[in-house]
Design a protein around this ligand. Structure first.
Ligand SMILES: [Zn+2]
Length: 146
């Protein structure tokens, strides 16, 4: 297993993805919604991975809800970067990371377009349950009802 790290621009939100998959086999998805397009976010995930999200300053993050309010985008209020997205599905937290925040971002294949905004909320959850990272741990974060 290899641990890959990334963070928002100012370092407030750090993400670590542990996976056996080489990054060269994980194709990021450039979501076509307005939020992700404006942020230049390219989401990448593989079910068989562990995602750890660590927060330095809890007061400087914003959990922005998108995708029919089923997904939470982890937005840094200081630098405006979105390193991760999570969703709670059937009691377990799934997630994906923004490939562009990773230190090894050049190792990923070019992003391909995706358009989940045309899916129903249930279709989105079914899709994310299939393709998002299966295990998400939030470290050092105060309880905001997460
Ligand atoms: Zn930041």
């Amino acid at each position: 297993m290899n641990a890959h790290q990334g963070s928002c621009y100012c370092g407030n939100i750090t993400v670590t993805v542990t996976t056996e998959s080489p990054l060269s086999e994980l194709t990021p998805r450039a979501c076509g919604c307005n939020f992700c397009t404006m942020h230049g976010a390219a989401w990448v995930s593989t079910p068989d991975a562990l995602l750890e999200i660590e927060i330095q300053n809890e007061a400087a993050i914003n959990l922005f809800e998108q995708g029919s309010e089923t997904a939470r985008l982890w937005l840094c209020q200081r630098c405006g970067v979105v390193p991760a997205v999570t969703c709670d599905i059937d009691g377990s937290r799934k997630g994906a990371i923004n490939a562009n925040v990773m230190l090894e971002r050049s190792a990923f294949p070019p992003a391909t377009p995706s358009d989940p905004q045309n899916l129903s909320p249930q279709e989105k959850k079914d899709r994310w349950a299939d393709i998002w990272i299966n295990k998400v741990v939030i470290k050092d974060c105060w309880d905001v009802g997460l």
